[in-house]
Write a protein that binds this ligand. Sequence first.
Ligand SMILES: Cc1cc2nc3c(=O)[nH]c(=O)nc-3n(C[C@H](O)[C@H](O)[C@H](O)COP(=O)(O)OP(=O)(O)OC[C@H]3O[C@@H](n4cnc5c(N)ncnc54)[C@H](O)[C@@H]3O)c2cc1C
Length: 343
Amino acid sequence: MSGVVPLAQLTTMRVGGVPKEIVRCETSQQLYEEISNSIKNHEPFHVLAGGSNTVFADELSELKVIHIVSKGVEVLRESDAEVVLRVQAGEDWDEFVSWCIERGYAGIEALSGIPGSVGATPVQNVGAYGQEVSQVIVAAEFFDYETLKSELKPASFFSFAYRDSALKHGVRGVIGFVDFRLKKLGGLSVAMASGQITNHLKAEYGSQLSLKTVRETVLTLRSQKGMVVSQDDPNSVSCGSFFTNPVVSHAKSLEFPKEMQMWNMEDGQVKLSAAWLIENAGIEKGFSLPFSKAAISAKHTLAIINRGGATSTEILELARYVQERVAARWGINLIPEPNLIGF
Ligand SMILES: Cc1cc2nc3c(=O)[nH]c(=O)nc-3n(C[C@H](O)[C@H](O)[C@H](O)COP(=O)(O)OP(=O)(O)OC[C@H]3O[C@@H](n4cnc5c(N)ncnc54)[C@H](O)[C@@H]3O)c2cc1C
């Protein structure tokens, strides 16, 4: 067991009280055993990794926190065209992305700068700038809370969708490691499916660019929005986007003004811009409720930030206020993206 510290210290939002205990798990076996014991003893527990998508309540004194800090990257298979890597859950995601780029492995370069752990990426099918981890995940080891057994599951088991997976809908378990299949394209990226990246580089949509250039561009674009966690950027004290972009039917999307950014999805549905809906419900960048230390990021309407010393109650009050304003103006119920624990 490690020292019990306020969970604010282990999360990027920097809120959360002192739990009953924090157990650090350095291997997947240790993780599975710890969870098994908690389940058998009917002990309430929560699995925490990088803490970048979690808002903990201020009062959590009955909660046991199981902290994943396992490390290791292993080459499983390699050919001239691709490589399959097995990565332990507690590895830092962005360090892994950078490591892959150094070696010329393509497929996750647009996911540069996303904080958190490797093992959490399947949970919400982490994505940005036209890439999602589901495009490169081959399998993951899954420890099932019902059977208390671990098994290597194929990607299809996780039913990945936009910012979503079966892990968010009743499939209860933890991931010990993830297997990724990446391409070797001579230092080039996969075809870029992000207009923001290609416009920034004055390149053609769908072109392949240098891996390093893609990473630098993504880090620049993300920093402009406060989406790279940095001590120097008060707008990055957040969970990233606080709400997912709402997905509606094509017919419903026609009810919204044409100037709103929308994305057509493969299944025929349409993704609306949550940032646009918030801004056009009258909530501006930097907005905060009176006397609150929670605010909308000054760089991005979709992020709620802790301006310093905010309570988790203040964070959620602002989130609820945003939801109410958007629902009243647009009839859309914004869904929070972070995991809200202990409320
Ligand atoms: C500035 C900023 C920018 C961000 N940008 C993006 C972005 O562009 N795209 C995006 O998708 N996300 C983004 N995020 C959200 C976040 O980085 C990701 O969701 C990340 O994958 C969370 O990882 P974590 O280890 O910090 O998870 P945690 O916050 O520790 O946990 C999140 C959830 O996953 C569960 N979990 C953690 N590890 C495991 C595991 N091994 N097995 C099963 N469940 C597990 C936890 O129990 C919890 O429910 C951003 C966050 C911040 C702060």
